[in-house]
Design a protein around this ligand. Structure first.
Ligand code: ADP
Ligand code: ZN
Ligand code: ZN
Length: 735
């Protein structure tokens, strides 16, 4: 068949849920399936990705335009990965072009060639290093090159390799073919010089988990590793990963936020020295492209990344790890609203490889799936070594004074830690000095001009800021309503607690860790470094402190505002509160010294806190799941949220009301309930009004059938063009 009979189907970043047909270029090669082409689109020329090459188009031949340029002769995405992207587009009802675009590094979206920019450099792999120690010894050029690379401590670029042998090129080729040498970038030298530390012997529970994963027959299995905080989940990942690497495979490790857990990365670097590509939002376009290409080409054996890394092509992918699988940051909250965790599971299924998800507080969805037998539940019930889970004490705020958020027993406990040179952590999920600025003359509370929210007082720089839209104004000197000068901060944020602590304990060194104190690159690492080195006595921080950290000398954790979310309007509030508090409690007593957790609450009798006192996630989950079943919420049903946003509240609601009517006319509505449109919990945000409409179904296929038909009607409706709207499948928050 000549290329003239081929039709190239191209996905382009556009809100239309379809691909577009083109004729192949007049001369030159056919583009690759999964490669980029430049095409005429409207009056512009844009870049798209070839999703299929077929022989027939619904368009008459005369109307077909021609591909302008083929950018990739080799595919960027394999057939399997294209299939996964198509699946994600169908599942989230999001245009395929935008899905593919989200999976491409920015540099490739903008047409940069898919090749590494820096001069190619090479480094020895772990198996290459191992080969040097075995007999018979290698000889000749390959031996000289391998030894040179092993001795260099960093990647060696090609010009330097030529110094070791005239025959370096064929020698290199054979070393690469055997997996003993791999390409590395010069800009990000591999940590080859770092010592590769050995693995500790796994304890019995870890060994059982490792054996369960590594001895399963090949293929897709999903494991839920439920291990209490400090039980050594990371070690289970590391040992399973080592096996996969030894057999020549690649591993993808998803983490919620890399910046927050430098320790995890360090663990991986120490254990596996080189061969790691890290993909996160802090990379610039070139760094990201390079990490992506190393993953795709196989020279990065381990890829560690945040949610979008789930789409990174990996030629020999054999295992996916999802750390802290319950974490909300796996869900993208705007645009293409996918769950990195859920796509990881689907990817594992499609590529027939195991997926290991770990958490001390698994999401109720995952726990339910494990109980239903869809996932294998692996448990690590105890902490490593002699460490014990810390006892939890509830302090009743109804009975105790708590100026600046600190009750006397908590202050006493902090004093004890200081006198023993141990560290404490105070957790408060609110940055700034006070969440409200109030006038004591008339009761005025500084509102955000653009949101249904109050401005937070940041006293150090005398600003009022909105944490929702970023509004930022100077603190007024007098009340704008009654001109009184008695303006005071109401309630407490981390800044206020820090100030109070330095008054109460003038000799103590206090580290505040929140988004305000860690804005500059590197400050978080510096602060965490001081904590680890033992020069910090008290840490005060937000959510940023709750995850993943392992500070052996930390023996006290205090939770200041545990009630936040206890009676939230979102059906997940309780689950999220429990997870947050249990995670932060898990930072205490991880070393040899026993730890203690103090929770300040107005509801010390609440069953959720009673379960927390026993570190009993399972019985909390039983209770929460029974509530969910009762109310028919996920995991016992499936949800989609139609979100609308407009300059006026009525416009947003009118569109949703129209959507409601359109839904009622569809046959596929059987098995689906469409609720009434309502204003979102924070209706006005950044000057726009938001409203939403919840769709509920007992069965997933029914939901998707309905959504598909409904979205066609919505997109065709004239109202839909005048406002911003989006479909959120499996919504995680209901704001
Ligand atoms: P988790 O992620 O479950 O909270 P970590 O993976 O951080 O726990 O492990 C807690 C600590 O125990 C870490 O310092 C880790 O290096 C150490 N550790 C893990 N497994 C072992 C083991 N088998 N022997 C000795 N130390 C271990
Ligand atoms: Zn006033
Ligand atoms: Zn605002």
């Amino acid at each position: 068949m000549s290329s003239a009979q081929r039709i190239i189907q191209v996905a382009v970043p556009s809100p239309l849920c379809r691909t577009f047909d083109y004729r192949p270029p007049e001369s030159g090669s056919l583009p690759a399936l999964g490669g980029r082409v430049r095409i005429p689109f409207g009056r512009r020329s844009i870049i798209g990705v070839v999703t299929d090459i077929v022989t027939h188009s619904a368009l008459p031949a005369a109307r077909l335009k021609t591909v302008l340029e083929v950018l990739d002769l080799d595919p960027l995405f394999s057939q399997e990965l294209l299939g996964l992207l198509q699946w994600a587009s169908d599942y989230y009802h999001h245009p395929i072009g935008e899905v593919i675009s989200a999976a491409l590094p920015q540099a490739l979206r903008h047409g940069r060639p898919a090749v590494m920019e820096s001069p190619v450099a090479w480094s020895v792999t772990d198996s290459g290093r191992a080969r040097l120690e075995t007999v018979p010894l290698l000889r000749g050029a390959p031996a000289r090159i391998l030894q040179a690379l092993a001795g260099a401590g960093a990647a060696v670029d090609e010009p330097a390799l030529a110094a070791f042998s005239d025959r370096w090129r064929p020698a290199l080729r054979s070393l690469v073919a055997r997996g003993w040498v791999a390409a590395a970038s010069v800009r990000n030298p591999p940590a080859g010089a770092m010592p590769r530390t050995g693995a500790p012997a796994a304890n019995a529970a870890q060994a059982a988990a490792i054996a369960a994963i590594t001895s399963a027959p090949p293929g897709f299995h999903c494991y839920l590793l439920h291990g209490v905080t400090g039980s050594g989940k990371t070690e289970v990942y590391l040992q399973v990963i080592a096996r996969i690497l030894d057999s020549g495979g690649q591993v993808l490790v998803l983490v919620p936020e890399i910046g927050l857990t430098p320790q995890l990365l360090q663990c991986f670097r120490q254990r596996f020295s080189d061969d790691i590509a890290v993909i996160h939002s802090g990379l610039n376009a070139s760094e990201r492209l390079e990490a992506w290409l190393r993953a795709k080409g196989g020279s990065a054996r381990i890829v560690i990344g945040t949610r979008s890394a789930v789409f990174v092509p990996m030629k020999a992918l054999r295992l996916i790890v999802v750390d802290e699988e319950h974490d909300a940051s796996y869900k993208q909250q705007d645009g293409f609203r996918y769950s990195g965790r859920d796509i990881a599971i689907r990817r594992g299924q499609r590529e027939k490889i195991p997926v290991v998800m770990g958490s001390a507080t698994p999401s109720l969805e995952s726990l339910h799936n494990a109980r239903q037998g869809r996932y294998v539940l692996l448990q690590l019930p105890d902490r490593i070594g002699r460490a014990q889970l810390p006892p939890v004490r509830l302090l009743d705020l109804r009975q105790l004074a708590h100026p600046d958020g600190l009750s006397p027993p908590l202050i006493e406990a902090l004093g004890e830690r200081l006198s023993r040179s141990e560290q404490s952590l105070l957790f408060l999920n609110r940055r700034g000095f006070a969440p409200v600025l109030m006038c004591h003359g008339c009761g005025w509370m500084a509102p955000c001009p653009r949101c249904d929210a109050r401005l937070t007082l940041h006293r150090a720089d005398a600003r009022l800021r909105c944490h929702h839209c970023g509004s930022d104004v100077r603190v007024p000197e007098t009340c704008p309503v009654c001109q009184s000068e008695t303006l005071r901060g109401l309630g407490e944020g981390t800044e206020r607690v820090e100030a109070a602590l330095s008054r109460i304990f003038p000799g103590a060194s206090i580290e505040r860790i929140d988004r305000d104190t860690t804005r500059r690159k590197g400050t978080l690492e510096q602060k965490l470094g001081r904590v680890r080195a033992g020069t910090a006595d008290i840490l005060v921080g937000t959510q940023m402190l709750a995850k993943g950290h392992d500070f052996p000398n930390l023996t006290l954790v205090g939770v200041l505002n545990a009630d936040q979310g206890l009676y939230g309007y979102d059906f997940r509030s309780g689950e999220q509160l429990f997870q947050r508090v249990l995670q932060v409690a898990g930072r205490a007593g991880r070393g040899d010294k026993p730890g203690e957790v103090i929770i300040q609450t107005f509801h010390p009798d609440h069953p959720l806190f009673l379960a927390l006192c026993r570190h009993d996630y399972t019985s909390f989950a039983d209770y929460a799941l029974s509530e969910r079943r009762e109310a028919q919420f996920p995991p016992y049903s499936h949800l989609a949220l139609l979100r609308a946003e407009a300059p006026g509240q009525n416009q947003a609601l009118a569109f949703l009301a129209r959507a409601h009517v359109l839904a009622g006319a569809l046959d596929s509505i059987a098995g689906v309930s469409v609720m009434d449109p309502v204003p979102s919990p924070m209706a006005r945000r950044a000057g726009r009004y938001r409203a939403q409409l919840l769709v509920h179904a007992a069965r997933r296929p029914a939901l998707h059938r309905f959504l598909r038909e409904w979205l066609l009607l919505l997109a065709a409706d004239p109202l839909s063009r005048r406002i911003r709207w989006a479909m959120d499948v499996d919504p995680l928050d209901m704001h």
